[in-house]
Design a protein around this ligand. Structure first.
Ligand code: FAD
Length: 354
């Protein structure tokens, strides 16, 4: 990954930092809000929704109570709408890299994007881990990462007029080929899409747009497997592709976009001194607190007897964690159970008419 430098910002003081904006991290914000706990949310992905959006955005989910069916994306959108009243801060496209207890009992939390927080509680809702781009296993590419090799489509427009090669059969790879191939200011000089077979993970309309660009010659498709990097005068000059016909050919390039999707890694969470069992965070099921007081873990990231990695289980965990964090943040306050149906206090917090 390219080395980026970030300004060191003043820390944001908050009640709780939620690590992960998957469905459980989002619902955690809602339950914390009902307990008058302010939250900031961080995710390494550029969008909220976790696995629901990253792995099955357009597939139906049938086992969310009172939602007979919703796609992964729809569920994430509904959760985002539900938490709106609580105005949580979102810090996307950055990974929580470090969590350390301060002398005053609060936590210093730092992200790869240079954002820092001082929080009374931390909720780890990191799911199966922080999503990292899948890398192309071809020797000799690493030195070009960030200059000629990119694993995210965001900088595509910077290569207008250049020879762009895109590797992958994902929705992102197809979208990048279309964006670079269509006429306009961002159009590349040439676009070659490399994938092992002529079959793409994209809806019908998107595939039709791609096919039109292929027919007009704006996008060339090469079926095969990248096998070598060709370097010339210190630059990445071409990608050697072993074709499905058994022949190898060099595809010349100025910029290579590898868009093979994302794979999750537990990542830095493993280094925060929390008790782990088979790379899952061990929790107490009364409060979903970890082995470190003040740090909680909810959703797919945790483990306890009987654990099931289901969204509805994560919602329950987030609810009990919020009650425990409410006591931590407001120690003097008696917290009788209140219903959103009848409590005027909760109505005020939710911003709804009584
Ligand atoms: P995730 O959704 O994994 O989100 C965790 C987030 O944390 C990620 O966005 C990640 O980038 C972020 N993160 C991790 N570490 C860091 C860090 N250090 N810094 C910043 N961000 C970090 N469940 C059901 O109940 N019903 C279903 O029908 C269903 N269908 C599924 C279908 C498929 C194909 C798959 C793969 C799963 C399905 N699941 C289903 C499981 C469900 O998606 C998970 O249980 C759910 O996503 C867990 O939510 P989560 O918020 O705990 O974690």
């Amino acid at each position: 990954m390219a080395t980026r430098s970030f300004p060191v910002l003043d820390p944001i003081e908050t009640d709780a930092v939620v690590v992960g904006a998957g469905p459980v991290g989002l619902f955690q914000v809602f339950e914390l809000g009902l307990q008058e706990v302010r939250a900031q949310v961080v995710d390494s992905l550029p969008n909220a929704g976790g696995q629901c959006v990253e792995l099955y955005a357009d597939k139906p989910i049938y086992d969310i109570p009172a939602l007979p069916v919703a796609t992964g994306r729809e569920l994430a959108e509904k959760l985002l709408r539900q938490i709106e009243p609580f105005g949580a801060g979102f810090h996307l496209d950055q990974q929580v890299s470090a969590v350390a207890r301060r002398d005053d009992g609060r936590f210093d939390v730092a992200t790869s994007g240079g954002t820092r927080f001082v929080a009374k509680a931390v909720v780890v809702a990191g799911g199966v881990g922080s999503f990292q781009p899948r890398r192309l296993k071809v020797d000799g590419l690493d030195p070009f990462r960030g200059t000629q090799l990119f694993e995210h489509g965001a900088t595509l427009h910077e290569h207008a007029g250049k020879r762009v090669v895109i590797v992958g059969g994902t929705e992102a790879a197809v979208a990048a080929a279309i964006a670079a191939g269509e006429e306009g200011a961002a159009a590349a000089g040439s676009v070659t899409l490399v994938h092992r077979r002529d079959d793409f993970d994209a809806d019908e309309a998107t595939r039709a747009r791609l096919n039109a660009l292929r027919s007009s010659g704006r996008v060339e498709f090469v079926a095969g497997l990248p096998e070598a990097a060709v370097e010339k005068d210190g630059r990445l000059a071409a990608l050697t592709v072993l074709g499905s016909d058994g022949d190898s050919r060099d595809v010349p390039l100025d910029a290579l976009f590898v868009l093979l999707g994302w794979s999750p890694k537990l990542g830095p969470i493993a280094d925060w001194g929390l008790a782990l069992e088979k790379k899952q965070v061990v929790v107490n099921t009364a409060s979903f607190e970890t082995s470190t007081p003040g740090i909680f873990a909810v959703g797919d990231v945790n483990t306890y007897p009987g654990k099931q990695k289901l969204i509805v289980c994560g919602f329950h965990e987030a609810t009990l964690a919020a009650f425990a964090i409410g006591e931590l943040v407001h120690p003097q306050r008696a917290q009788p159970l209140q219903y959103t149906t009848t409590s005027t206090k909760l109505h005020k917090l939710l911003g709804v008419a009584p």
